[in-house]
Design a binder for this molecule. Structure first.
Ligand code: ZN
Length: 116
């Protein structure tokens, strides 16, 4: 995570959920630590809020790359997925016997993969 500090009124490029691409945003509010807490897209005026500090383009890109969980697929450590019940997850370990550990939020769950 970068340590840049921002101020209200600054302009920053970030992924816009409205435009679905990186656009210029005007910062509206920042936290005491200089992290963006709310910004508005200059293109579509979509307002984004940030609970856990700055949402970086890289993090947003990873979230976007997450594909629905597919038990027939072979997963590798670090891959992201979305699960119909558990939500967004990331593979934390590949185990023997076609099992993987996937972290969903703050809970790790064991799923199967590479099923023919
Ligand atoms: Zn936008």
């Amino acid at each position: 995570m970068k340590n840049e500090k921002y101020s209200a009124g600054d302009t920053v490029a970030m992924l816009c959920s409205g435009c679905d691409e990186e656009t210029s945003h005007s910062i509206q509010t920042v936290t005491k630590l200089g992290k963006i807490s709310a910004a508005v897209c200059d293109t579509c005026q979509t307002s984004s809020t940030f609970k856990a500090g700055v949402k970086t383009g890289v993090a947003a890109g990873n979230a976007k790359a997450a594909k629905p969980y597919d038990r027939a697929k072979r997963y590798r450590k670090g891959q992201a997925m979305t699960h119909p019940v558990f939500g967004h997850g990331e593979v934390t370990a590949v185990l023997e016997l076609e099992k993987i550990d996937v972290l969903f939020g703050d809970r790790t769950r064991r799923l199967i993969h590479a099923q023919e």
